[in-house]
Each structure stands twice: as structure tokens, then as C-alpha cells.
Design a protein around this ligand. Sequence first.
Ligand SMILES: Nc1ncnc2c1ncn2[C@@H]1O[C@H](COP(=O)(O)OP(=O)(O)O)[C@@H](O)[C@H]1O
Ligand SMILES: [Mg+2]
Length: 266
Amino acid sequence: MNEQLHALVEHTIAQGVGARVFALRWENRRIWVKQAVPAKQKVWHRLQRFGANITGIPMLRPTVSPGGKEGLESEAAVLRKLSALGILVPDLIDVGENWIAIGDNGGILQTLIDEDLHKGDEGAVKNRVIDAGTALAGLHESGLAHGAPLLRNMTIRDDGKIGFIDFEEDPNARMPIVDAQARDILLFVFSIQREFKKRPELLRAGWQAYVAAAGNNAPQLVPLRKVIRLLRPVYLILRPFRRWLGTDALNGLWAYRTLRKSLYQA
Ligand SMILES: Nc1ncnc2c1ncn2[C@@H]1O[C@H](COP(=O)(O)OP(=O)(O)O)[C@@H](O)[C@H]1O
Ligand SMILES: [Mg+2]
């Protein structure tokens, strides 16, 4: 452990930084410090586990972060593994009692997309979504899953390479890898849907880029197709009530519809 860095981090935290994750300057570069959080194990998670058990879909198992030191250690371990496999993730600089310090991984994809949208550059938005889908397939190719591959947990380096941050929800240990990867795909397309409400073509672009890179016969598409099939009755039941549904439920319905069409059109 680096004592100077340790002192700097402890001092900054003692001053009250106001955020759990914060940036610091260290050895002439920007680094990020991530503090531990208490684990969240709520009623909802128990319900979710119950749902996963009765439907026999491991993908539905809750992947709640272990929290505390254990959570940080699990994130550190995933960072080491992925970086050894050539995936662009932050380098692990130091691990403290209640925090980890990691390198800067580039700009946040979600933020850059928001800037493109502001400029009205539709082509750039679509290309970024395509790059993101391709990069997620690349991460899966390495044999691991991310846990929360949302656009705000994806980064872009100056040279355009897409990277990943935020590995607290490690799904790898909780379900078979293909299920964890299928879950990643759902979360990824859902994050596109959430961000760009009535733009099913963007969701489709992200999805198609993923499939083009992973291959139509990728094993993780099997549990994905299964879960989409099982969701069909839920979709049909909820559709007439869409006027009264909340935003998340509506986004879910939209994402489901686009995904289902894409899955069965080929
Ligand atoms: N290595 C990093 N490179 C660039 N930005 C980072 C990095 N780590 C954290 N951030 C910034 O801090 C935010 C929160 O970090 P994250 O690891 O996603 O934690 P959480 O989403 O659990 O709060 C990110 O959305 C990003 O803006
Ligand atoms: Mg995050």
C-alpha cells in the first residue's frame, strides 16, 4: 500500500467529500476513489430470489453487492481478471480499509451521448451505441459478465476504445456464466431504451451490433431467448394497461417488444 496516497485519501474523506466515488489528482493524473457501501439486502431481493426459483430462470437471481470491504475486494478481483484478459478497465492503484483507488478509464459514454444529442448529431449517437454493443460482446468473449453494463458504466478513451467501470454487482459467482451474460444484454438494451424513449432503432442497433460481434449461435443467446419467450404472457397481459403504467414498466414493454422483434426477424 502506498502511504502517501493512503494519507491523501483518508484526509480527503475526513474533510467530507460529499460523494461516495470521487476524483483526485495523484502523480499527475486523475484517479478515482470508491468508498465501500453497506450491503443492501431488502425484501425485494428475497422476492426476486423466490421468482428466480419458481420460474427456474437463474438470470432473475438478485446480484446484490456484498457491500463493505468484501464488495470492494470483489470489484478489485474482477478488475484484475478483466485487465489480464485485455479488457479496458481501470487499473487498480491501491486498496484501503474502506476504499479502492483506480485509474481514470476515460469519459462516460452516457455523458458523451448526451452531448451528441444536444448537438443534434444522430449519426454519432448511433455509432456510439454500436460501439458499446460490440464492446459488450468483447467482454463476454473473455468468458466473464459485467453485472451492470449500462451506458453510464461504460467509458470511452481518447482513441475511441470502449471500456467498463463499476463492477460491484458481480454476477459471475451467482449464476451460470451464460445466464449472467444474457442478463447483461438485457440490462444493456434496457439502458438504451431508458435513455432514448421512443427510439427503438437505437436499441436495435445496439442489439444487432452485439449479435454481429458475438455470433448468432453464441451460447448466452439461448437463456436470453428463453426469458423473452417466458415474458410474452406478461407483455400481453400488461399491454392494454399501458396508459396507466409507470415509466419503468413502459420502458420494459418497449424494450421487450423491440427485442422480441429483433430476435425473431432473422
Ligand atoms: N475509473 C473511472 N474512470 C472514469 N470515471 C469514473 C471512474 N470510476 C468512477 N467514475 C465516475 O464516478 C461515477 C460513479 O462510479 P461507479 O463506479 O459507477 O459507482 P456507482 O455507480 O456504484 O456509484 C461514474 O459514473 C463515473 O462518472
Ligand atoms: Mg455506476
